[in-house]
Design a protein around this ligand. Structure first.
Ligand code: HXC
Length: 273
């Protein structure tokens, strides 16, 4: 299954076209696999988007390819040179987005870093790097976008995981970071709800064709992996996109402080590959 969407997402899917017309998304990690397809779904439904990343070439190429989906060269703004660990770089990205599109309604805090490392070999700096990208980066993203979200009464979506519901070996750095992201989202849901801002998490399971899967599953056998998942298949980036659309749509206007697990029921088994 290719990690991109096309018109059939609208013509054959459950969503009405143009439900996000006039809206603007700000997406960190938007050139990566999962967040890119989340963004494509929003674009196909009428949204505009800024995709924010560290690497100029990768971010600009992704933006060019994504504009082909909408047919409008003005629908995607690439903002590169942004490391989510640096708050001032995110403030600059927010300013560029507002200058281009005038507003921010939806935020996807998706930039993440991961690798497999036994606790015994994980340096303090390696732990700090992942926690800083995932957790501090999510905080910085929400914080930099907050003034715009107050104006738009917008919505934040953090990208979490299920690792911290049980113990996954060689992933203590990511588990700790993602647990913090859930806590951050819950606190913001309560604190910012009075400003009309919603905050939710999406927790992907094993999603086919992603960098995360490549890093984490190694040479694991696909059939064996699927047999361990209650719904008997790997997830797709489209599965994550569909839940993203729901959470940003008016159908979820009373939904805040949740973690939406999109994993085919896998975590209930405490399974990891
Ligand atoms: C052990 C490692 C390591 C590895 C890096 N380090 N890779 N330690 N095993 N494989 C250590 C380094 O030795 C160093 O510690 C510290 O981590 C920082 O490394 P740098 O390369 O200097 O950091 P940086 O350039 O900031 O890179 C951050 C990174 C990198 C996280 C290490 O992998 C990265 O940028 N990744 C972004 C892309 C990515 O990871 N995508 C996957 C996302 S998937 P010392 O002590 O030597 O200084 C995902 C899924 C989550 O997040 C789970 C969902 C289910």
């Amino acid at each position: 299954m290719p990690n991109t969407l096309d018109d059939t997402f609208v013509t054959e899917g459950p969503w009405k076209p143009d439900i996000f017309k006039g809206k603007v998304a700000f997406v960190t990690g938007g050139a990566g696999t999962i967040c890119r397809v989340q963004t494509e779904a929003l674009l196909l439904l009428g949204c505009k988007a800024a995709i924010v990343g560290r690497n100029k070439e990768k971010t600009e190429l992704a933006a060019r390819e994504m504009t082909q989906l909408t047919g409008s060269p003005d629908s995607v703004l690439p903002v590169s040179g942004v490391d989510v660990r640096e708050f001032d770089q995110l403030e600059r990205a927010v300013a560029a987005t507002v200058e281009k599109f005038g507003r921010i309604d939806f935020v996807i805090a998706g930039a993440a870093g991961n690798f497999i490392a036994p606790f015994a070999d994980l340096s303090a700096n390696a732990f700090k790097s992942v926690v800083s990208i995932d957790l501090l980066g999510s905080f910085n993203t929400a914080k930099a976008c907050h003034p715009q979200l107050k104006i738009s009464k917008g919505s934040i979506l953090f990208v979490s995981a299920t690792f911290h519901y049980y113990g996954v070996p060689f992933q203590c750095h990511v588990g700790a970071a993602k647990a913090g992201i859930d806590a951050l989202s819950n606190a913001l849901a309560v604190e910012l709800g009075v400003s009309g801002i919603r905050s939710n998490c999406i927790a992907p399971g094993a999603i086919e064709g992603t960098e995360g899967m490549a890093r984490l599953s190694g040479s694991a056998n696909k059939e064996k992996m699927c047999s361990k998942i209650p719904l008997q298949r790997l997830g797709t980036t489209k599965d994550i996109a569909e839940t993203t659309v729901f959470l940003f749509s008016d159908a979820a206007k009373y939904v805040t402080g949740t973690v939406h697990i999109v994993d085919g029921g896998m975590w209930h088994l405490g399974t990891h590959f």
